[in-house]
Ligand binder design. Sequence first.
Ligand SMILES: [Zn+2]
Length: 289
Amino acid sequence: MGMFDTIYAELICPFCGRQYRHTPLSWEQAKRECEERKEGELKYAQPPDNPWDELFRHTQAMRARADGYPVREGKYEQEDILAWIEQLDSPENIERWRTRKELGLAEIQTKAFDSILEMYFVGDPVPAHRGHYFIEEGFTCQGCREKNEREYVKVWIEIEDRRIKAVLTHNPETGQPEREPPLPAKEFVGDEAAMTSFKDWQAKQKKDPGFVAALNELEPGYQISRLRIQHGMTQAQLAEMVGVQEATIARLESGSHIPSLSLLRRIAEALGSRIELRFLPGDAKRTKQ
Ligand SMILES: [Zn+2]
């Protein structure tokens, strides 16, 4: 693969000028992350008395297959999962992790499964679409968010020959940069009346792909249901895995319940994800550096 300083993608925020470049991880960092991942997977691979063995195995089999690792069904499944875990920190995997393309990531709503958002990178083939066209997405610029945590930059994903060719910060029709409309902060934690109006408003906005991208970032319930569907799990199965009532997951996903951080952590773990928490400066004029 490429040299350490290979750059796969770059983007400049038209509002604050911040540059985004994808530079591969150092070998040491990639190795550390691969080892941590292996440790995490091992924790779930051999719990002899765990009543949720079946579910953990199912989730691990899916993660292994998503990794491109062949896992047979039935009696060889566990064996194949262990083989997959064993090679998670192999030199090939570390190299793959190290050069992972992070910028130019797009979430595309596929026509075949319109509730599932798939992730693609620049250069990736995309399914079921033809010709040359653009898809709008929200891009979370850290520079802009330092000034206003609810500000997002709109980007356009250029698709040609069914591959993501580029990520653009200017509207290809007007040539102008655009901001994502900010989300109404109050309505996220308001009373029931506010929540109802928020739900109506959200139902309308959900038709806008740019909004959906922003929503993915901001609303844990939406992210949880999206990840759960991607993992092929029911609400009941996820509830069992994290040891709560099914109704708790349902309330969480519908946005009518604000979860505790510890519950979020357990859910993230069950879905093979992690939580990122940020404290941002409240003073709008303050910037880093
Ligand atoms: Zn910016």
